[in-house]
Design a protein around this ligand. Sequence first.
Ligand SMILES: NC(=O)c1ccc[n+]([C@@H]2O[C@H](COP(=O)([O-])OP(=O)(O)OC[C@H]3O[C@@H](n4cnc5c(N)ncnc54)[C@H](OP(=O)(O)O)[C@@H]3O)[C@@H](O)[C@H]2O)c1
Length: 320
Amino acid sequence: MLFANRKKMTMKAVRFHDFGGPEVLRYEEADQPVAGEGQVLIRVAGSAFNPADNGIRSGTLPFPVSLPHVPGYDVSGIVEAVGAGVTTLHVDDAVIGFIPMGEDGSAAEYVVAPADVLVAAPSGIDLADAAGLPSVALTAWQGLFDLGGLKDGQRVLITGAGGAVGGYAVQLAGRAGAYVIATASPRSHDAVAAAGANEVIDHSSTSVLDSVTEPVDLLLNLAPISPEEFASLVDLVRDGGIVVATTAWMTTPGDDKRGVRTAGVFVEPKVDELAQLVSLVDRGELTVDIAQRVPLSELPSIHAKAAAGEVHGKVVAVPN
Ligand SMILES: NC(=O)c1ccc[n+]([C@@H]2O[C@H](COP(=O)([O-])OP(=O)(O)OC[C@H]3O[C@@H](n4cnc5c(N)ncnc54)[C@H](OP(=O)(O)O)[C@@H]3O)[C@@H](O)[C@H]2O)c1
């Protein structure tokens, strides 16, 4: 059994010492963290890249990280050591989690995380790929159900369904019995159709406004559309319906006169929901779709490609 207070060791990590462009990232030696009370030390199997990683690294997203900082807030791996007071997890447990965004993250060989944000990893998929599940699938779940209140038989329009969150949102909404209308450009069409969308609208060549013929109960926006286009889509929501968005940089439009409410997702690490998502994966009812696995040392190039709009789908970095 390994204990948390062992002698100081080093590890490889991707870190930034200053805020800025992707060039501030360094693949370097760092002190291995030590699990404190209520925490565990995880030997990282996978660290998922998220669009928000670019915002945190550039300093444009308001997470007060201390420098140098290790990015990466989705993790999969094996518990290497447990801190004081941890009774729910044990050494050698395979775990996943959406770990605190303001703390050092998973783009490293080891990371510490609060035990209470971690759940058992899905058993039927590669452990590294399981890093692609936590924050992204939680975002879809919270947007559709916690905020959107989506129910069996309702209609949902998911704009930006071709991305990582969208893949889960389409699957989860369909599984809940909703009629799913999704927007996707040709590069994402087949994946969105395979995820179970009832209708797929090519937002790159067609007017979404003209293509939806009956009102929807929920509009879930995941796409970087203009505020004007977003506001126009509210016409598609039925009276008393709701608009939910993950696109926190712009106001979510509603319509008070028609009782169309609004809500913004700020994804939370709810472990009961994450455990349910893992169960769905284990039962084959939810697919984790990983576009690319890269060695951890190549994570800086993924940040650069993402900043240039060249990353499509979920990328997982794997310690070399
Ligand atoms: N607030 C939160 O807590 C939270 C949590 C997670 C994510 N987010 C945000 O939610 C958004 C989605 O995340 P993600 O990881 O799924 O991002 P992503 O993988 O980059 O996907 C975004 C998708 O938007 C689509 N898109 C681009 N321009 C569009 C347009 N004009 N009309 C319709 N669709 C368009 C693209 O689909 P095509 O393939 O069809 O071109 C792209 O795949 C991001 O902005 C992310 O930062 C917020």
